[in-house]
Design a protein. Structure first.
Length: 202
């Protein structure tokens, strides 16, 4: 009888150890996949912030009157003029109309959730302008918000006085495994419209 009890005890203990090993392996796998996702997200956020800062930094380039650089300065849409051709990454001719750039958030209708669309055209009707090919879409964005500042660093809603923009982004990506928490990161950066800022500051 004692032999049977010992065998049952060994089976139970062995089963518990096996369950612990399976659980531990699953947790290690989930942690490793979340870390890989987090690294991927951090790289994506770095590229997105660099791209947006570069775009806003060249706003108003070639525009003689800095008051004419900004077209729209809404809390969720920023539209500005520049003679820089972002599609080809070169300075465009200043004899014709300037390029009109827009930064706005849209549903991507895909697995990447919402996306920031960066469009370039020659008029203020941003929905008809083509999306830039080079990182024209920035995915996994849950929220986009702009706060604008004038030359004296005071908040402003007057498009003629906008010289900087506080860009607030919330990135959200579903977890690597079903049922796991989504990855959420917030990013805030201040971008200066350098050309208009320098024009007005001199």
């Amino acid at each position: 009888m004692s032999v049977i009890l010992d065998a049952l005890g060994a089976i139970i203990i062995g089963g518990l150890v096996l369950i612990m090993l399976v659980t531990f392996t699953t947790q290690i796998r989930e942690t490793a996949e979340r870390q890989m996702y987090a690294v991927s997200m951090a790289t994506h956020m770095e590229r997105a912030s660099t791209r947006i800062n570069h775009l806003i930094g060249l706003a108003g380039l070639g525009i003689e009157d800095p008051k004419e650089a900004v077209v729209r300065a809404d809390s969720d849409v920023f539209v500005f003029r520049s003679y820089w051709d972002f599609q080809n990454d070169v300075m465009g001719p200043t004899s014709g109309p300037p390029n009109v750039l827009s930064i706005s958030l849209h549903d991507s209708n895909g697995a990447q959730g919402k996306a920031i669309e960066i469009r370039q055209g020659t008029d203020a009707n941003i929905d008809d302008d083509p999306v830039l090919e080079d990182l024209g879409y920035i995915f996994w964005v849950d929220d986009l918000n702009f706060v604008y500042y004038d030359i004296d660093n005071a908040k402003t809603t007057d498009i003629a006085t906008v010289r900087a923009a506080d860009v607030r982004l919330t990135f959200r990506r579903e977890g690597p495994l079903a049922g796991t928490r989504p990855l959420t990161n917030k990013l805030q950066m201040k971008c200066f419209l350098m050309n208009t800022y320098l024009q007005e500051g001199t």
